[in-house]
Design a protein around this ligand. Structure first.
Ligand code: UT7
Length: 343
């Protein structure tokens, strides 16, 4: 019998530290103000109500021909340029979104094509407003395990495509946009992503959802007439859970790193409601001037909110090399996630 040479075992590589080496974001040009909603008498809303209950003053709306993948690709181009990485160096593209261009193919494959990142493997992640931090953890694992060297992680949404513009409970809250980061190992550098936490409670799915368009309720005349393709939210209940879950996720990430709120240079929270953000700051003992807020300008952009805020904070010089940054998010599912990075 012919003898076969035994295969050499796979080299055992230790997990390596992973850094965010570039950030980018993109929001559409069209600004939609509270005053424009208030001018629509049938909505019965006001700038004062929206501002005082949420902190939102304006948000961005994508054009009819501007898709989630367009915004994602533009944010990604900026992140790649910021990181000085060429598209053909990208090994993996993950897009977090609840508003994909279409059910399939994945939005990440459209982004790959738009960037010309031909070598990249692609998939989407759906964890609603926690999606970017879920995708960041996944991308981080691939790079830490030496499976890939360069990952592009994007959060992108065209939420205006799933809004019911006759429902004042939801339509004033959301906006469109995209943010992206490039992940790589910087070799021996101990800086980078220090910890990531993720969690979910599937029992609470009914409180925030888009009921139709999936296998439970495929698109039909009745689903369209019933506005079942738009966001439905029990706002007050979601609010309470968001405060508790964001606090718990932030506290867990800090504890894993043996840190306390006051050690953090900047908190980047999901941008849903200023009252939620303030409650979080109070609970983890971080004053408002060390919490990044841009929901006054963009509203809630779901999976895009954390990476847009991170990119703006980095470009405004709010984060310096060596700073500890805490990111934390909460969304439909329910899902929640947090991450501590040493910049
Ligand atoms: O991103 C994923 C996670 N999402 C969130 O974290 C969102 C969490 N929830 C919230 O941010 C808040 O609950 C909302 C901003 C959605 C609502 O604020 P609230 O203080 O919880 O208001 P509410 O839902 O308890 O409603 C109070 C009143 C109601 O009127 P009645 O029933 O008391 O007469 C609403 O109909 O405010 C009314 N209302 C409005 N009034 C004027 C709701 N939306 C509007 C509006 N303009 N746009």
């Amino acid at each position: 019998m012919k003898k076969t040479t035994p295969r050499s075992p796979r080299p055992q590589l230790l997990p390596r530290s992973v850094s965010i080496i570039g950030t980018g974001s993109h929001v559409p040009a069209r600004v939609m103000t509270n005053a424009e909603f208030a001018a629509r008498k049938e909505l019965d809303t006001s700038d004062e109500w929206i501002r005082s209950r949420t902190g939102i003053i304006e948000r961005r709306f994508a054009g009819e021909k501007e898709f989630t993948s367009d915004m994602a690709a533009e944010a990604a181009r900026r992140a790649l340029s910021n990181a000085n990485v060429k598209p053909d160096e990208v090994d993996l593209i993950i897009v977090a979104t609840v508003t994909p261009d279409m059910p399939f193919p994945s939005t990440s494959t459209f982004v790959q094509h738009k960037l010309g990142a031909k070598r990249a493997a692609c998939f989407d992640v759906n964890a609603a407003c926690s999606g970017f931090l879920y995708a960041l953890e996944i991308g981080q694992q691939f790079v830490a395990a030496h499976t890939y060297n360069t990952a592009l992680v994007i959060g992108a949404e065209k939420l205006t495509s799933i809004l019911d513009f006759t429902d004042r409970n939801t339509c004033v809250l959301f906006g469109d946009g995209a943010g992206a980061v490039v992940l790589r190992s910087r070799g021996g550098d101990s800086h980078g992503i220090l910890t990531t936490c993720m969690g979910a409670d599937g029992a609470q799915g009914d409180l925030l959802k888009v009921p139709a368009g999936g296998s439970r309720c495929p698109a039909s005349h009745a689903s369209v007439d019933g506005k079942l393709h738009a966001i439905r939210m029990m706002g007050r209940e979601v609010f309470k859970q968001a405060v508790n879950a964001m606090n718990a996720a932030a506290t867990e990430a800090l504890a894993r790193c043996n840190l306390n709120g006051p050690d953090i240079a900047l908190v980047i929270p999901h941008q849903a409601n200023l009252r939620i953000i303030d409650a979080l700051g109070e609970r983890i003992s971080v004053p408002r001037d060390r919490i990044y807020v841009n929901l006054n300008r963009y509203g809630n952009t779901s999976a895009a909110s954390v990476p847009i805020a991170l990119d703006e904070a980095a470009h405004e010089g709010r984060i310096k090399r060596g700073d500890l940054v805490l990111m934390v998010a909460f969304g439909a599912g329910f899902t929640w996630a947090s991450c501590v990075v040493q910049w």
